[in-house]
Structures are given as C-alpha cells and as structure tokens.
Design a binder for this molecule. Structure first.
Ligand code: NAD
Length: 369
C-alpha cells in the first residue's frame, strides 16, 4: 500500500529543513506518495489565508503530514485569524490532533551543548505528552469586557476559560499509560490541583484511568514543582503527561535541556493515528535563507512519522541510527557546533544523513564544506 504524505514546508527555514527530510525519506526504498502545499505566511501571500482549503483537504486525505514551520515577524500586524500560526491551530482542530509527543533525548555527542551539567543530562530520554486541543487555549467564553466584579469593577478586563471534559482527559491518560508500557512504565501527571478546579478534576480522572494500568507507576506533581524538578533532576522523569498550557511551557523547558531546539522532533496524533510531524522549533526568520539551519529535528520528526503513523519501525530506526552516526562523525550545524567538531550547513547535514542511510562514507558525501 502506498503511504500518502502531505508535505507542508511553510515559512522561513521550514522549506530548507523539510527539503532535507524529504531527501532522507526518498532513500529508504519505501513507496511514498508525497504532495506539497503552501501553508502559513507563504499560503497567505498566495491565497490570502494561512490554511487554504486545498492545503487542509490534502492534509485530511493523507496518512501523515510532514510540517516545517510557519511565521515571520512581518505578519505580526495581521488580524489574528490570518496570521501564519493559525494554520497549525486549524490543522490541530480539523484533524483532531489531541496528543502531542515531544521526546527530549540528550545525544551522547551533544552533552556539552546543554546549559546543565553533563552528569545531570547524560543519557536523558524523557517523553512529554501534552494534551493539544483543550484547556485554556480553546475554552469558551473568552474575550474583553467591562468588569462587573473583582478587584476593579467598571475597569476593562480580559478573560479566558480553562476547561477539560472527562473524555478529553481519559483519552490523553490512555495515550500516556500506553506509551509508558513501551518504556520504563512510569508516568508523571502534572497538574495544579491545589489551586485549579480543572486540574483537581484532571488528577481524579487520571487516577481513575490508572486503575486499568496496574503495571505502570503513576506519580502526580504540581506544575511549579515539575518546572523545578526538570532542571534539578530531569532523569527522574520518564513519561510526563499534562494539559495544553502546562505542556506548552514544560516541553519547551525540557527541549533546552538537550542543548538545541534544532534537534527536537515532535508528533501530534489523533485517535486514528493520523499525525502531524514537525520540529519543535519555529521558522527562525533570523537565519532563514542562510543555509545554516539544523535539519535534524525535522529528519527525526520524519522518523517518528514512520514509527507512529506509517507502521515502519525499521525505517524509523534506520534514520535515528544514521543521525547518531553523523553526530559521532563530528558533523555539526552552527547551533550545536563546539570546538573540535566540523561545522556544516543544512544541505551538507542532509547529505551526511543520506550517506549514513545508504551505507556510503559520510565524509565523501558532503557537497561542500
Ligand atoms: P524559533 O524557534 O523560530 O527560533 C528561536 C531561536 O532558535 C532562533 O535564534 C533560531 O535561529 C533558533 N533556531 C530555531 N530552529 C533552529 C534550527 N533548526 N537550527 C538552528 N537554529 C534554530 O522561535 P521564534 O524566533 O520565537 O519564532 C520565529 C517565528 O516562528 C515566529 O513567527 C513564531 O510565531 C513562529 N513559530 C512557529 C512555530 C511552528 O511553526 N510550529 C513554533 C514556534 C514559533
């Protein structure tokens, strides 16, 4: 069966890094049907909307979506519904992508790139699972109004609504416990049950679902403590599950433990295992067009795509091993470069991964240095 991949490079470095991931996919001897479409600022320029119908329909019909990044400061003045970032929210909503997986793995060769002491992060391998379609980011009502109560009645105020339904918490809890079964069988559920009604409910429902997973250890932790523990003793975590807003913040914190955001892949899945795969970083307008962006987060996202949505675990392993081999050979894009290693650009890093997969000598594969 041919696997259908919607390729949405987006803006800024998105086009440069997705190009390398596509090259890597193309040397795997698998049959893919890949079709590209514009998204984000590029789609706004061409069609007046960051997520045109054609792009959305292509994404809906695909088995998986390989996404680059969207956004540029030049679009910051547009009305909110027309801003590039709305394309991601739209895809999450229309495809029901409720489970976001963000592994934070510290590669042995990059231990020195982290701002934490090597002994704290060497061997780090944690998985943050963030609920992606609920919480205060989507809750209604929201808006601006004149306050009728509170500390300043009569003053202008803004408000959002934090809410979670039981099925929303149950399904993300199942995802976390099942993921933990394939790892070291430990889940930390992060909440703010001491202050928020929504997160007392979250804690109660996660505890209820846990009864179906007696082989998995469950720990509850308040979000403020979790933020602290992530930098104090990150290796104490394995699978972390939390709501949309706490997950947004904690997954960025965890990403920096590993040294560079340019190394971190992510997956967002729906109930049918259809998924959107993208690097954890944005479109990096500051380095776009310079050919120096690190493509490894996107290449590793393609590996996650093969594992989660396309049921090709061996191909995923091949990509991940190739990335390790390239790092071991000393190739580094500027974001992960340190003295004694070889600085390469986006395309050369892609060349090196392709060479490692196809069994060629990595050093000979570099087109320029
Ligand atoms: P960013 O992640 O784009 O960049 C932050 C820093 O990391 C920059 O210095 C950048 O050069 C560097 N960086 C990021 N990816 C890199 C890579 N692969 N290789 C080397 N260096 C890399 O975040 P930002 O600057 O806050 O945002 C830029 C734009 O991206 C904004 O418009 C923002 O809204 C958008 N954004 C999009 C997404 C997405 O598409 N999912 C996510 C976050 C931000």
């Amino acid at each position: 069966m041919t696997m259908k991949i919607a390729v949405l490079p987006g803006d800024g470095i998105g086009t440069e890094i997705v190009e390398q991931a596509v090259r890597v996919l193309n040397v795997l001897d698998l049959k893919f049907e890949m079709e590209s479409a514009l998204v984000g600022g590029a789609a706004y320029e061409a069609h007046g909307h960051p997520l045109p119908d054609g792009t959305l329909n292509l994404a809906k019909a695909a088995d998986a979506i390989l996404f680059g990044a969207v956004g540029d400061w030049k679009y910051d003045k547009l009305d909110r519904p027309l801003r590039p970032e709305q394309a991601i929210l739209g895809l999450r909503k229309h495809l029901g992508l409720f489970a976001n997986f963000r592994p934070a793995i510290c590669y042995e060769q990059l231990v020195g790139a982290s701002s934490l002491k090597p002994e704290l992060i060497a061997g780090l391998d944690i998985l943050i699972i963030r609920e992606l379609t609920g919480d205060i980011y989507f809750g209604q009502p929201r808006g601006r109004r004149v306050a009728t109560d509170g500390h300043f009645p009569g003053a202008e105020e803004a408000f959002d609504t934090m809410r979670y339904s039981k099925p929303e918490i149950e399904r993300i809890a199942h995802v976390a416990f099942q993921a933990a079964r394939k790892r070291s069988k430990k889940v930390t559920s992060v909440d703010k049950a001491n202050v928020l009604e929504t997160f007392q409910f979250w804690k109660d429902v996660v505890t209820e679902v846990h009864a179906q997973y007696p082989d998995v250890e469950l720990q509850h932790m308040y979000v403020d403590n979790a933020a602290m523990q992530l930098v104090k003793a990150p290796k104490a975590f394995d699978v972390v599950v939390t709501g949309n807003m706490f997950g947004d913040i904690l997954s960025d914190e965890a990403s920096m433990l590993t040294g560079s955001i340019g190394m971190l892949p992510s997956a967002s899945l729906n109930a049918k295992n259809q998924g959107l795969y993208e690097p954890s970083h944005g479109s990096a307008p500051d380095i776009a067009g310079k050919g120096i962006a690190n493509p490894l987060a996107t290449i590793l996202s393609a590996a996650m795509m093969l594992r989660f949505s396309l049921q090709q675990p061996e191909a995923a392993d091949r990509i991940e091993s190739a990335v390790q081999a390239v790092l071991a050979t000393g190739y580094r894009t500027p974001d992960i470069w340190s003295a004694g290693t070889l600085k390469v650009g986006t395309r050369e890093m892609g060349d090196a991964v392709v060479a490692a997969i196809t069994g060629k000598t990595i050093t000979k594969a570099i087109t320029k240095s």
